[in-house]
Ligand binder design. Structure first.
Ligand SMILES: *[C@@H]1O[C@H](CO)[C@@H](O)[C@H](O)[C@H]1NC(C)=O
Ligand SMILES: *[C@@H]1O[C@H](CO)[C@@H](O)[C@H](O)[C@H]1NC(C)=O
Ligand SMILES: *[C@@H]1O[C@H](CO)[C@@H](O)[C@H](O)[C@H]1NC(C)=O
Length: 777
């Protein structure tokens, strides 16, 4: 989405004024917009079929569309859709956002009624670090409940939420990487499924809200060296589309039953995605089975104007390709002319408008007063910012925080032994540094400084730089403070001034004078210092990793309203960290790679290093999956407890096709859905917590190909799955994985077909513990 200018400034003011505003404004609950209530014109001459709740949603939508004039239909094609007063249909606002909590972005929701604030969960990348899809589901559920509450209170003119963002975090410089679940397609797919299910609720016939997976596909660049997202032509191979860029969108539609897909600004191999019938119709609707609507990123239709001769052609190309809704008004403005000029037909528009109304029917907007809805009608102000939601925001931040370094066991701190602590850094006491982008006004915010003050009495704070940009640093003052304190905790990193929508980074180093400030403070301090990084994307902090005077490093993402508390709990051992990095932390030299190069796979001949843990051939600063605990955990695959082998008999009738490197492969298409089902096998992992603390542990299971030219034809390794489990100190538990060779052991060929190699595959849950799986008839 194009972020509205001034939004950040407005929000800063809102956040600051919130408590005062609450005191003197006692708002009344408003009425939600809806159709087919008592007295509705659509009931006056008997029950119109579109109001008949016994009929299927699509049938009701078709009935409504059949009653509309062409002009009324065209007026539905933009995110601010007109009402149809003669039928009792109110206007509708399609655009709402809820990336990690309901958001002020978009037009559909407002925070000026009884509800003035909402639960602000961590920015998504940190939440992803928990590798816990039950947590992701619960966050989606909580946000969906808050959305329904807002709607019932008349503070929402829509329940269509344009979240989650499941683009692959392909390049560490991407300003919106923070919004995504990271670089791994399997993780992003699982995130999409859990979050969408949570938001939409468990009843497909009565959606809690409608979720939208964006931005299909291969969008992950804002502005690099003159290439801007609005018209960037991404050259993407069929292979990378099949095994990197598209899987999260496929899972969203096919598995989570998301009711919307958003097409990106991107041109993929010359074709704007919003004009690609190949993607929107053939793949998303027909192959993946979308039951819902396709919308464009904001002004994406207007932006592809030069792809066609006239505005009417532009609109027609998009609608005929399978677009149903334009974020913006370009289709509304030019739609009539496009029909009159014969560029598209009224039937093309009917298809789009029927898809749109079907989703609104499933949301219950044509069932009379939503406050009478048996499932969601009771939700109101008491369901927003509940203790349970606030606790969940804390759990999400705690479970995401990644401990990257803890030399000599400097953490956790013993609160009774810390007489004085110097808290240094621009991110220590700035509520804005906790919430990332696409946020709403949080219920409450605790900064790290405030939270640490509740643990330790002798706290002295010095920002050191006025912002994360850190053009000037108060190094002398910081050094003096550090040398006179028992402990030093630095809160550094990035802010939305370095990485945001529309803004990619050009360097992976900490901005301005941060590095020299940290180093000077570390040299002056009595003990090794603790460095807490608030960032979205990864940073190259090799200097800190290698500096023995920096005893601990923690990545806390943008941790949301409870982030300060979560960080303090980890620092003082009230929570045992378990987060693991969902992205590779690359060295600064990676910035030599053109951001526009979409290839995932390495090309040693041209020294192209490849991208993500699956293909990168350089030495990362920290690896995908890195993350320490205060306890020692071990993992072991146990074969005695399960069949342990796929039933490969059913491959007997298939011919493995030879590959260029002398191996052979089975085609997943030929194995077929039923064969793939039968090939599934269980793998049981025993997790032992050797102590000293209880804690959560996420087991990541990878597969490796023994003879592969790693990182070129096949990934170096590939995530099979993950399971998150709480284990008491001294105990062990068993977690069960179900491995589907067709999905998790397969790889894409150059033409985008999924194949399974014949022969050995090595499963690993521990570096030196591999388990061989042979796929052979
Ligand atoms: C609503 O639809 C059902 C199912 O087709 C039908 O039996 C019923 O008569 C309809 N109700 C009205 C009031 O038309
Ligand atoms: C369409 O949107 C543009 C940009 O927001 C605005 O300037 C214009 O007035 C709108 N046109 C109509 C007919 O609503
Ligand atoms: C890998 O290479 C070894 C040694 O050349 C060979 O014995 C084995 O069959 C190969 N495995 C696969 C999967 O090709």
């Amino acid at each position: 989405m194009a972020a509205a200018a001034g939004m950040l400034l407005l929000l800063t003011v809102m956040v600051m004024m919130m408590p005062a505003v609450l005191l003197f404004l006692q708002a009344e609950a408003g009425d939600p917009p809806y159709s087919c209530g008592p007295g509705s014109p659509s009931l006056a001459d008997g029950l119109h079929a579109f109001c008949n709740r016994s009929l299927p949603a699509a049938e009701r939508a078709a009935d409504l569309v059949a009653r509309l004039t062409v002009a009324e239909k065209v007026a539905q094609l933009g995110d601010q859709a007109d009402g149809v007063p003669r039928l009792g249909v109110p206007p509708y606002k399609w655009w709402s956002e809820a990336l990690h909590g309901l958001s002020i972005w978009g037009h559909g929701m407002h925070f000026d009624g009884i509800v003035r604030s909402v639960t602000c969960f961590p920015q998504v990348l940190l939440t992803a670090a928990s590798f816990d899809d039950n947590l992701w589901l619960r966050i989606g559920q909580a946000i969906g409940v808050e959305a329904r509450a807002l709607y019932n209170l008349g503070q929402a003119e829509g329940l269509t939420i344009w979240s989650p963002n499941v683009n692959i975090f392909r390049d560490p410089r991407w300003g919106r990487g923070q919004e995504t679940p990271g670089e791994d397609p399997a993780t992003a797919s699982r995130y999409a499924v859990a979050f969408v299910r949570g938001l939409q609720g468990s009843s497909p016939a009565a959606l809690q809200t409608s979720a939208c997976c964006k931005h299909a596909t291969a969008y992950d660049l804002e502005d690099w060296n003159g290439a801007v997202r609005y018209n960037f032509n991404a050259k993407v191979t069929a292979q990378d589309l099949a095994d990197t860029y598209n899987p999260p969108f496929k899972s969203c539609v096919a598995d989570a039953k998301a009711t919307c897909i958003m097409c990106a600004y991107t041109r993929v191999n010359g074709v704007p995605v919003c004009a690609s019938s190949d993607l929107l119709t053939k793949t998303v609707r027909d192959e993946w089975g979308l039951e819902g609507y396709v919308c464009s990123d904001c002004d994406a239709v207007a932006n592809m104007r030069d792809y066609t001769p006239s505005p009417e052609d532009t609109v027609a190309v998009a609608i005929k390709a399978g677009l149903d809704l334009d974020c913006g008004n370009y289709t509304q403005v030019h739609g009539m002319a496009a029909i009159q000029q014969g560029k598209m037909t009224e039937k093309d528009v009917d298809k789009a408008v029927t898809n749109l109304f079907t989703v609104r029917m499933r949301l219950g907007h044509f069932d009379g007063d939503p406050r009478n809805n048996g499932v969601y009608g009771h939700l109101g102000a008491a369901d927003v910012c509940t203790q349970a939601h606030k606790d969940l925001a804390l759990v999400a931040a705690q479970d995401g925080i990644v401990l990257l370094k803890n030399d000599a066991g400097i953490l956790p701190l013993d609160r009774s032994a810390v007489a004085s602590a110097a808290i240094i850094g621009p991110n220590a006491d700035d509520p804005g540094s906790l919430i990332g982008n696409y946020f709403g006004p949080p219920c409450e915010t605790t900064t790290p400084l405030q939270a640490i003050q509740s643990y330790v009495k002798g706290v002295t704070f010095l920002a050191g730089c006025s912002s994360a940009a850190c053009e000037f640093a108060a190094t002398g003052q910081a050094v003096a403070l550090a040398s006179s304190s028992d402990h030093v905790i630095l809160f550094m990193g990035l802010s939305q001034k370095q990485e945001q929508e529309g803004l990619d980074r050009t360097s992976l180093l900490l901005p301005g004078m941060q590095q020299s400030l940290i180093t000077a403070v570390a040299s002056a301090a009595k003990r090794p210092v603790i460095l807490v990084l608030l960032t979205g994307g990864p940073v190259d902090i090799t200097f800190a990793k290698n500096n023995p005077k920096i005893g601990a490093i923690m990545w806390a993402g943008y941790p949301g309203q409870a982030g300060g508390l979560a960080i303090a709990k980890v620092l003082f051992g009230d929570h045992n960290p378990s987060g693991r990095l969902p992205v590779t932390w690359y060295p600064e030299e990676f910035t030599k790679v053109p951001m526009t190069d979409m290839r995932m796979r390495a090309d040693p001949a041209t020294r192209y290093p490849g991208r993500s843990y699956r293909f990168y051939q350089g030495n990362p600063v920290y690896k995908f999956g890195d993350g320490l605990s205060y306890s020692k955990f071990s993992r072991r695959l146990i074969s005695g407890t399960n069949p342990g082998l796929p039933n490969t008999n059913l491959l007997a009738g298939l011919t493995a096709k030879p590959t260029a490197d002398g191996g052979a492969t089975y085609h997943v298409d030929e194995i077929g859905a039923e064969g793939c089902e039968q090939l599934k096998f269980p793998a049981v992992v025993e997790v032992q917590n050797h102590g000293p603390m209880d804690g959560k542990h996420s087991v990541l299971m990878f597969v490796r190909w023994p003879n592969a030219t790693a990182g070129v034809s096949r990934p170096v390794s590939q995530l099979v799955g993950f399971q998150s489990q709480h284990v008491k100190a001294g105990e062990n538990v068993r977690v069960r994985f179900e491995v589907s060779p067709c999905v998790q052991l397969s790889r894409a060929t150059e033409d985008g077909k999924k194949v399974i190699d014949r022969g050995s595959h090595l499963l690993m849950v521990e570096e030196d513990d591999e388990w061989e799986i042979r796929i052979e008839a």
